[in-house]
Design a protein around this ligand. Structure first.
Ligand code: FMN
Length: 155
C-alpha cells in the first residue's frame, strides 16, 4: 500500500465529532477520542503515506493539516478556485477565492453537473456558495433532489 487517504469533512476530525458519533459516547468507548483520526491512524500506516482532506480553504489551514499528515488534499476549495495551490505556493495566498459565485463557477470551468450539485436548493455536501449560483441550476444536482418511484411502479 502506497498511501491511505482519509476522506473527512474536516482534516482534524475526531471520533466524537458530529455526524460520526456523539462526543459523550466516543469518550466512553475510545480512550483516544480526543485525538484526530490523522494521529490515530499513524501507528498503522506501515510505511504508507497518509493523506488527509477536509475544509482546507487557506494557506494556514493547509499548514495546520500538514502538521498532522504527510500530504493534504483539497476538494471543494479546489473546485471553487482551481488556482488554490498555485496561489498558496507562489506568494498569492491572499488572492484565494473562497466563495462560489455564479461568475466564479464559470471562471473555474465547473461542469454543469458540478454546478447543479452545488446550486441545488438543498445541498448534499455544503459549500460556501453565493445566492446568485442558484440561477445557474438546470436540473438534478444533489441527492436531496432525488425522487423515488412509488412501490407499485418498481419493476
Ligand atoms: C462532489 C463531491 C463528491 C464526493 N464524493 C466522495 C466519494 O465518492 N467518496 C468519498 O469518500 N468522499 C467523497 N467526497 C468527500 C471528499 O472526499 C472530502 O472528504 C470532502 O469534500 C471534504 O474535503 P474538502 O473540504 O476539501 O472538500 C466528495 C465531495 C464532494 C464535494
Amino acid at each position: 500500500m502506497d498511501y491511505i487517504h482519509l476522506s473527512m469533512l474536516k482534516y482534524d476530525s475526531k471520533p466524537g465529532d458530529a455526524l460520526l458519533m456523539d462526543r459523550e459516547q466516543a469518550d466512553q468507548k475510545f480512550d483516544d477520542s480526543a485525538k484526530p483520526y490523522a494521529t490515530l491512524f499513524k501507528p498503522y500506516l506501515n510505511g504508507a503515506k497518509e493523506i488527509i482532506v477536509g475544509s482546507i480553504t487557506s494557506k494556514e489551514d493547509a499548514e495546520m493539516a500538514l502538521a498532522l499528515a504527510d500530504l493534504v488534499a483539497v476538494g471543494r476549495e479546489n473546485l471553487i478556485d482551481p488556482l488554490f495551490a498555485d496561489k498558496v505556493l507562489n506568494g498569492h495566498a491572499d488572492e484565494v477565492v473562497t466563495t462560489l459565485t455564479a461568475a466564479q463557477a464559470k471562471a473555474s470551468h465547473l461542469t454543469q453537473g458540478l454546478i447543479d450539485t452545488f446550486s441545488a436548493p438543498q445541498l448534499g455536501i455544503p459549500i460556501n456558495r453565493a445566492d446568485d449560483l442558484k440561477a445557474l441550476h438546470e436540473g438534478f444536482g444533489a441527492w436531496t433532489e432525488m425522487k423515488y418511484p412509488q412501490n407499485d411502479q418498481m419493476k
